[in-house]
Design a protein around this ligand. Sequence first.
Ligand code: IPE
Ligand code: IPE
Ligand code: MG
Length: 245
Amino acid sequence: MTAQNTKKTGEPALVRLPRHIAIIMDGNGRWAKRRGLPRTAGHAAGSETFRRVATHCKNLGLDYLTVYAFSTENWKRPPEEVHAIMGLLDRYLHEAIEKMERDGIRLRILGDVELLPERLRRLIRETDEISTHISGFQANVCINYGGRDEIVRAAQRYAERLAADPGAGALTEETFSGLLDSSGIPDPELIIRTGGEMRLSNFLLWQAAYAELYFTDTLWPDFGEKDIAEALEAYARRDRRFGGI
Ligand code: IPE
Ligand code: IPE
Ligand code: MG
């Protein structure tokens, strides 16, 4: 019998809720293709899904939701598609700035923002500023994010710190975590990938060390409350040993 089917039928097994879920939002392009629509229509639908899922996660009582919106590798896509995704992120942040305080959703952007269009960087600075006044649920949106890139930038920060202060102290896992984009955010207990692929695609490589992984064939624009409930139930049934017995 696998861990998956040990649950007795009937009542939901939400006894153990993670504090932090991370999602690789994949399948927008295929969702659009199946409908005879351009890939960009899939991204537009996907950004609506993100709005719904973030609100639902907040209502469930999670503390953090981290989503992969644009990877360091996604620049390889056709310029029109990259432009459309940047436009959607721009629109999302613009709207979020107006609603963040009312909705009680703090936003943080993870990734190398230096390479993003100036307009988007300005919106990111604004969301950072507003977020300092909000407490409670936090959504982290990874834009121009790559796990390896994040680790290299953290190593560069440490080298700079050491150059400025040779007595800066030994490098430990804890101090290194504090130099990552995700500084201060607890590691996700659960990472979900939609769209059927079973890989991390450079997402949260450091933070995923002991995350439970959950893969679903559901394409991101179709992902909803039922899918979240299924993922959370699967998570609650997992036996997390962290190397112990
Ligand atoms: C995920 O959907 C969104 C981004 C990577 C920006 P995709 O665009 O990768 O959709 P598929 O995988 O091609 O279906
Ligand atoms: C991962 O999806 C990146 C995001 C969801 C932003 P991709 O579609 O880019 O991943 P690969 O290319 O299938 O690995
Ligand atoms: Mg994809």
